[in-house]
Design a protein around this ligand. Structure first.
Ligand code: ZN
Ligand code: ZN
Length: 364
C-alpha cells in the first residue's frame, strides 16, 4: 500500500490503531489493556482472533508460577482470520480463516528437521505464543514463521470444532502417540482433565483394547467413558491395586501421566508391565523420584518418554481431518463461553475447576 509507506512510523502506528489484550504484569496481576495492533514482519502474519481459550498453563503464568516477562500478552490457542501477511508468506488470502497451533515451529532448524518441531531452536523452544512472544488472548496477534504455522480451517468446521486442536488435543493425542500404543494394548491414563481426556481419546483412536481412566472427579470420569475409557477408577481409591487386580498382576502396556505430580507419575510407573512405556505429558515442578520396585530395580525394560504439544500447520491439518471425518468431536469439552471483555471471569471459573472443562473466549 503506497500511501501507508509514505507515512512516518509514528503516524503509521496511529493509523494501525490499538487493540485489547490480556496482559501479565506480576504474580496475580493481569488485566485487559490497550496495545498497538501488531505488524507483520518478513515471514510473519497478523491474525485477527475469532475464538481463543484458557489453558492450565495460563493459570500457572498468571499466578507467577511459570515465569514470563511483565507486559506479555497471554494465551496460545487461537482460531481467527488472516489480517496481514508479511513479505515472503505466500498461498494465503487476507480474511482466510486459520487455526494456529500453540507450538509455532520454524520448520527449518536442526530440531525441526530432526522431527522435534516442539523443541524448535532448543528445549521447549517451539512454544513462543504467550511464552516468549505476545500471545493470542487479544484481538490480534502476530504469527511467527507464518508459512509453517497458518493452517486453513475447512468451511465445514466451526471455530469451536477446531480450537482445542491447537493445544490440548494435540498434546493428549501426542501422549498416546509417544506411548506407541499398539492394537489391543491395555492402557491406563492418570488424570482426566482436558489433556487426559484427549489422551484417552487418542488411546481409543490408536486401537487400545482396554483403557483405564483414573481421576478423583466423578464428572470427569463420566466424560472419560464418552472419550473411550472402558473402566473408570477413583484416583483416591488405590487405583494401582485395582489396575493390578484387573490385569491379573500383569499391569498395562502403556501408562499415560497427564497431571504432572509425583503421585500420578508413581502410580503410572507402578502399573506399568515389564517392557511397557510410560508416556508423560504432565508439567512437573521441583523433583521427581522413581520408585525402584516399579522399574524392577532398573531391569524392567521400560521406557519413559515425555512430550510437548506437537504444532505446525501440517499437524493442525491432520487433526482437523479427524474432526471433519467425524472420528472425533471435542465440543463436549467446551463447557462455557465468555466474551473477551469478561475474560477475567472466565479465568476465575476455569481456575475453580467447578463443573468446567474448557472455556471458549469469543473475541470477534
Ligand atoms: Zn496450553
Ligand atoms: Zn525450528
Amino acid at each position: 500500500m503506497p500511501l501507508l509507506e509514505l507515512e512516518k512510523p509514528s503516524s503509521r502506528q496511529t493509523m494501525r490503531g490499538t487493540m485489547k489484550a490480556l496482559v501479565f504484569r506480576s504474580a496475580g496481576q493481569f488485566q485487559l489493556e490497550e496495545k498497538p495492533i501488531p505488524q507483520a514482519g518478513p515471514g510473519e502474519a497478523v491474525v485477527k482472533v475469532r475464538l481463543t481459550t484458557i489453558c492450565g498453563t495460563d493459570i500457572h503464568i498468571v499466578r507467577g508460577e511459570y515465569p514470563v516477562k511483565p507486559g506479555l500478552t497471554i494465551g496460545h490457542e487461537a482460531a481467527g482470520v488472516v489480517h496481514e501477511l508479511g513479505a515472503g508468506v505466500t498461498g494465503y488470502q487476507i480474511g482466510q480463516r486459520v487455526l494456529v497451533g500453540a507450538i509455532t515451529p520454524c520448520g527449518q532448524c536442526e530440531s525441526c528437521l530432526g522431527g522435534h518441531t516442539s523443541q524448535c531452536g532448543g528445549p521447549i523452544g517451539g512454544w513462543r505464543l504467550g511464552n516468549t512472544a505476545d500471545g493470542v488472548q487479544a484481538e490480534y496477534f502476530r504469527v511467527p514463521f507464518a508459512q509453517a504455522n497458518l493452517a486453513p480451517i475447512p468451511d465445514s468446521l466451526a471455530d469451536e470444532d477446531v480450537i482445542l486442536l491447537a493445544d490440548i488435543a494435540s498434546t493428549g493425542f501426542g501422549a498416546a502417540e509417544s506411548g506407541k500404543i499398539r492394537l489391543g494394548d491395555t492402557v491406563a491414563v492418570f488424570a482426566q482433565g482436558p489433556i487426559g481426556l484427549c489422551a484417552t481419546l487418542g488411546a481409543r483412536l490408536m486401537g487400545a483394547s482396554e483403557i483405564f481412566a483414573v481421576d478423583p472427579d466423578p464428572g470427569r470420569l463420566k466424560m472419560s467413558t464418552e472419550f473411550g475409557a472402558t473402566l473408570t477408577l477413583d484416583g483416591n481409591q488405590d487405583p494401582v491395586r485395582k489396575i493390578m487386580e484387573t490385569t491379573n498382576g500383569r499391569g498395562v502396556d502403556v501408562a499415560i501421566e497427564a497431571l504432572g505430580q509425583q503421585v500420578t507419575f508413581e502410580n503410572a510407573l507402578s502399573v506399568l508391565a515389564a517392557g511397557g512405556i510410560l508416556s508423560s505429558v504432565g508439567v512437573y515442578s521441583g523433583h521427581l523420584s522413581v520408585p525402584l520396585e516399579a522399574i524392577h530395580a532398573g531391569l524392567g525394560d521400560q521406557t519413559i518418554v515425555t512430550t510437548l504439544c506437537p504444532g505446525g500447520k501440517e499437524r493442525m491439518r491432520r487433526l482437523m481431518r479427524l474432526v471433519e471425518t467425524k472420528r472425533i468431536n471435542l465440543r463436549p469439552l467446551l463447557t462455557h463461553t465468555f466474551d473477551l471483555e469478561n475474560i477475567r471471569e472466565a479465568y476465575k471459573l476455569f481456575e475453580s475447576r467447578e463443573g468446567v472443562l474448557k472455556v471458549a473466549i469469543r473475541v470477534s
